[in-house]
Design a protein around this ligand. Structure first.
Ligand code: FAD
Length: 260
């Protein structure tokens, strides 16, 4: 299988760097092909702007989605964007690896998403009409592929527990796992989390590596998070609210998990 790791840490000798190197070795030892997009090492441009579109005419109003649509459709995106899209098409599984910074991904990785997820590639896919909101949330160009986060946090696991002060980790990661990964079609596996990173020593690092190794060995067997699919009849059209007979006592993020 082909695995793409998109890695967002500025220091290769960091804990994240060591875990990334371990992941590459483990996957390759199992016979998988691995590509790494090491965003800092690549000097990845994080800001989405008119320079992303080769046909942009200076002086014209820039439309972030409209120009993206034209550039993608006409093969006129900047090369760095096309190369990352090619890697995504090649990959059977995507791993986004990052330290939690201010409760989400580092800006450079958000910029990778904003620029690589072009109109027509990751959104604006499929029929859009009064009765259909396109192919997304379980459908789309990246459907059939798997995705998983590897995230490290300074905070303790209790800080991210259901009543923890930082908020539950599943809820903090919902915009990434549901919004960024499930939206264009990925089946999203439960995240691999390393909490309380300041308390890392050799024995714990060995245990973390072992646990990560198990997750990588079972990348194709682990059941995905059971997010509901947009076009499976569970949402009212066109409001896209969950049908009132499904999970009637739930609202918020939890309602979008299938209870079956
Ligand atoms: P490092 O700092 O590289 O290492 C962490 C520990 O692991 C160190 O003790 C180091 O000695 C040890 N280590 C490193 N490599 C190895 C190795 N090869 N073998 C054994 N031990 C090793 N945390 C939160 O919880 N929530 C937040 O919102 C948040 N926001 C942040 C915002 C910013 C801007 C920053 C800078 C940090 C923030 N943090 C937050 C903390 C951050 O998540 C952690 O610092 C980060 O996850 C640690 O990962 P690292 O790869 O940088 O670790």
């Amino acid at each position: 299988m082909n695995v793409l790791i998109v890695f967002a840490h500025p220091e290769p000798r960091s804990l994240n760097g060591a875990l990334k190197d371990f992941a590459v070795q483990r996957l390759e030892a199992a016979g998988h092909q691995v590509q790494v997009s090491d965003l800092y090492a690549m000097g990845w441009k994080a800001t989405l702007d008119a320079d992303d579109h080769l046909d942009y005419q200076p002086g014209m109003p820039f439309s972030p989605s409209g120009d993206s649509k034209q550039a993608f459709a006409n093969g006129r995106q900047s090369d760095d964007i096309s190369r990352e899209q090619d890697k995504l098409c090649w990959a059977d599984a995507l791993i986004l690896q990052f330290p939690m910074w201010w409760f989400t991904m580092p800006a450079i990785l958000k910029g990778w998403v904003e620029r690589v997820y072009a109109y027509g590639f990751a959104y604006g896919v499929g029929e859009h009409s009064d009765n259909r909101w396109g192919s997304r949330y379980g459908e789309g160009n990246l459907a059939g592929k798997r995705a998983m986060l590897i995230v490290t946090t300074g905070g303790w696991d209790s800080h991210y527990s259901p009543r923890g002060i930082n908020g539950p980790i599943d809820e903090l990661l919902f915009p990434i796992q549901h919004g960024i990964l499930h939206y264009p079609g990925f089946d999203v596996l439960p995240p691999f989390l390393v909490y309380r990173t300041s308390r890392m020593d050799e024995p714990r690092f060995a245990a973390v590596r072992e646990e990560l190794g198990q997750r990588l060995d079972t990348l194709w067997q682990t059941p995905p998070i059971p997010y509901r699919k947009q076009n499976a009849g569970e949402y009212e059209i066109p409001a896209l609210t969950l049908r009132s007979d499904l999970a009637p006592s739930l609202s918020g993020f939890a309602a979008h998990l299938s209870q079956d």
